[in-house]
Design a protein around this ligand. Structure first.
Ligand code: GLN
Length: 571
C-alpha cells in the first residue's frame, strides 16, 4: 500500500512549505523509502507557464516539458530525482478534465457535480503521480481556510477514509509571530489554523511550528493542549540561513521516525547524512568567495522577488559552491544601467551570468556586458537568451556583421543570427501563445575535446546507452558511424529547454570560422541540427548554452556548467 503525507499550511503562506515538503521527502528517502512530491496549486491557471515570474516566482520546467510551480524544483533539488509534470495539480486541470469528459458524453447523462466528481478527479491524479513510489508527500498550496482549497481538503479526507488512517497522515505548518510591541511568540494564529483544519474533518498528526525563534516549552504545551496531539509531534522549525539545513534540523527532533511510526512503517535502513553534512559545512565555512554579477532586466522589482524569479540559478550556484568550497555572492545588475553608464560597473566581478529572458528591454546592455567580459577575459555563462546574445555579440564585433541580431528583438535584421525556425513559425501561426516553445529535456551530442565535454564527463553526466534512456527525452537522431569500424558518436547529455528561438544553422560556419566553437548539437529527426552549446577557446571561461542547466542541478549533484563557471571565477 502506498503511503501519503499531506502538508497543509496555516496562518500565512510563504513560510517554507515547499522546503519542508522537500525535506520530509529527503528524510524518508534516507530511511530507505522511495519518496516523491506532489504540489497542488489551487489556482485556475492550467499550469504556471503564463504566470508572471516576478510575482509568482520562477517557472519550473520538467523533463517532460511541464511549465510548473517552482516548489517542484525544491523537491528535485533535495530528492535528486526527475519529477514529471503530472505531479503539479491545479484546479484548472481538474475542471478542464471533467468538462472535456462531459463534452465527450462520457458521463452518460449523469449530472456532473462538485461532489463526487471533483474530489474523484483529484484523487485519481494523486494516485497516478504516486504510482511508482512508497511514500508521496502532497503539498497543498495556500493556507487552510482559503476557499479554493476546499475541494483538495475534501479529496484527501476521502483518501484517508478509503485507504485507512495508517496510510495517510497530515502535517500542519504554521507560523508563530513575535509582534515587536509584545516581544513574545504568539500561538493564537496556530490555534485558529488547527480549528480551521478541524472544520474540514482533519486532525493534524504533526505540527511544524515555523518562527523566528525556536519553540519554547510553554508554547509547545499550549499547542499540545489545544490541538490534542502529543508534544513530541509538535516540532520546532525556527528560521535558518541555508535551506539545506532543514532536513538535518528536522532529524534532530526525530521527525523521520515519528512520521514512520504514524504510517506504521519501520526504517528500511539507517540514514546516512555524511555527504549532505559535509556539503553543508562547505557552505558554512567556504574557503573563498566569488562576486557574481547577474545581468538582467530588473527594473522596479525589488530584491526579494528577484531571488524568487531566479531561484534555480541561485540554487545551482549554491550547489556548485558547496562542492567547491566557494561562496557565490550574487549581485543583480540592471542591463538598462549598463546601457546608460557603460561597462565600468562590471570591473570588479569575478564572473558574469546572463540568465534567460524574453522581450526587448535592456538587450543592448546585455550585449555590451558580453563584449566586455569576452574582451577582458572575465568568466561568462550565458543561459538561453544569454547564449543567444553571446552569438549576436560575436557576429557583430568579431565577424563584423553590422546590425546582427536576434529576430525576437529586431525582425528586420540583415543578419538574423538567432531565428525562428520554420517549424516554430508554423507553431506560432497556428497555435495560441502557449504551446509554441521548445520545452523540456532534449539530448545534445557533445563534441569530444571541448570544454563542455570535459565538464560533463567529469560529473558523469555523459550518457552513451541510448536505448536505455530513450523514452522520456526528445533524443532526435544520432550521427551514424562514418566508416564501418568506427564507433558512432553517441555520447550525449540531457538538459531542459524553454525557448522559441534558435541559433540559425546558416550562420554557424561564419561564427566558427571566426573562432567560436559549437560544442554540442541536438540532432532533430528532420535533419536540422540545433546548436546547444558555444564556447570560446583562449578564454578562461566563456560558455553559453541554449538549455537551462539550472533545472538539472541538485544539492548533491551540481550542474557541470555551473561547476566550471564558478571554479573559473576563482582568480
Ligand atoms: N527569448 C528567447 C527565446 O524565446 C530566450 C528564452 C529564454 O531565455 N528562456 O528563444
Amino acid at each position: 500500500m502506498e503511503k501519503y503525507i499531506v502538508v497543509i499550511g496555516g496562518v500565512l503562506s510563504g513560510v517554507g512549505k515547499g522546503i519542508a515538503t522537500a525535506s520530509i521527502g529527503k528524510i524518508l528517502n534516507e530511511y530507505g523509502y522511495k519518496t516523491t512530491g506532489i504540489k497542488i496549486d489551487p489556482y485556475i491557471n492550467y499550469d504556471a507557464g503564463t504566470l508572471r515570474p516576478t510575482e509568482h516566482g520562477e517557472v519550473w520546467v520538467t523533463n517532460d516539458g511541464g511549465e510548473i510551480d517552482q516548489d517542484l524544483g525544491s523537491y528535485e533539488r533535495f530528492l535528486g530525482i526527475d519529477i514529471p509534470k503530472q505531479n503539479n495539480i491545479t484546479t484548472g486541470q481538474v475542471y478542464k478534465a471533467i468538462i472535456d469528459r462531459e463534452r465527450k458524453g462520457e458521463y452518460l447523462g449523469e449530472t456532473v457535480q462538485f461532489i463526487p466528481h471533483v474530489p474523484n478527479e483529484i484523487k485519481n491524479r494523486i494516485r497516478a503521480a504516486s504510482k511508482d513510489y512508497d511514500i508521496t508527500v502532497i503539498e497543498i498550496g495556500g493556507t487552510v481556510g482559503d476557499y479554493e482549497n476546499i475541494p483538495f481538503l475534501f479529496a484527501v479526507k476521502g483518501m484517508e477514509r478509503e485507504f485507512g488512517k495508517e496510510n495517510l497522515m497530515y502535517v500542519l505548518i504554521t507560523y508563530m509571530p513575535i509582534p515587536s510591541h509584545i516581544g513574545e511568540m504568539k500561538t493564537k494564529p496556530t490555534q485558529q489554523a488547527i480549528k480551521l483544519l478541524q472544520e474540514n474533518g482533519i486532525i493534524p498528526d504533526i505540527i511544524l511550528c515555523r518562527g523566528k525563534e525556536p519553540l519554547d516549552d510553554v508554547r509547545r504545551k499550549k499547542i499540545e493542549t489545544y490541538a490534542n496531539i502529543k508534544r513530541e509531534f509538535v516540532i520546532s522549525a525556527p528560521d535558518i540561513k541555508i535551506v539545506y539545513e532543514v532536513p538535518v534540523n528536522f532529524e534532530r527532533e526525530n521527525l523521520g521516525k515519528k512520521i514512520l511510526t504514524k504510517l506504521n512503517l519501520k526504517p528500511q535502513k539507517e540514514p546516512n547524512w555524511e555527504k549532505w553534512n559535509s556539503r553543508l559545512n562547505n557552505i558554512r565555512n567556504p574557503s573563498t568567495s566569488s562576486r557574481i554579477g547577474m545581468v538582467g532586466k530588473y527594473l522596479d522589482i525589488g530584491e526579494f522577488s528577484l531571488r524568487d524569479a531566479y531561484v534555480s540559478i541561485n540554487e545551482a550556484l549554491v550547489h556548485a559552491g558547496t562542492a567547491l568550497g566557494i561562496k557565490p555572492k550574487i549581485e543583480w545588475i540592471d542591463s538598462k544601467e549598463i546601457e546608460q553608464q557603460g561597462t565600468k560597473m562590471l570591473e570588479n566581478y569575478d564572473g558574469i551570468i546572463i540568465p534567460g529572458g524574453f522581450g526587448t528591454t535592456g538587450i543592448e546592455g546585455k550585449i555590451k556586458a558580453i563584449q566586455y567580459v569576452r574582451e577582458n577575459k572575465i568568466s561568462f555563462l550565458g543561459l538561453c537568451l544569454g547564449m543567444q546574445l553571446a552569438a549576436v555579440e560575436y557576429a557583430r564585433n568579431v565577424c563584423k556583421l553590422k546590425g546582427a541580431h536576434s529576430e525576437e528583438i529586431d525582425s528586420n535584421t540583415q543578419y538574423p543570427i538567432i531565428t525562428l525556425l520554420p517549424s516554430q513559425q508554423k507553431a506560432m501561426r497556428e497555435s495560441l501563445y502557449g504551446g509554441t516553445m521548445r520545452l523540456g529535456a532534449y539530448a545534445a551530442c557533445i563534441k569530444r575535446g571541448t570544454l563542455v565535454y570535459k565538464l560533463y564527463k567529469k560529473e558523469g553526466r555523459i550518457k552513451e546507452d541510448m536505448k536505455k534512456s530513450l523514452e522520456p527525452y526528445r533524443l532526435g537522431k544520432f550521427p551514424q558511424p562514418q566508416t564501418a569500424n568506427r564507433k558512432p558518436q553517441t555520447e550525449y547529455i540531457i538538459e531542459r529547454h524553454r525557448h522559441r528561438y534558435e541559433l540559425s544553422p546558416e550562420f554557424e560556419k561564419t561564427l566558427e570560422d571566426a573562432g567560436l566553437i559549437f560544442s554540442g548539437h541536438h540532432h532533430r529527426l528532420d535533419g536540422v541540427k540545433l546548436a546547444e552549446f558555444l564556447e570560446l577557446p583562449e578564454h578562461p571561461f566563456f560558455v553559453g548554452t541554449q538549455a537551462h542547466p539550472e533545472f538539472r542541478s541538485r544539492f548533491l549533484s551540481p550542474a557541470p556548467l555551473f561547476l566550471g563557471f564558478l571554479l573559473a571565477t576563482k582568480r
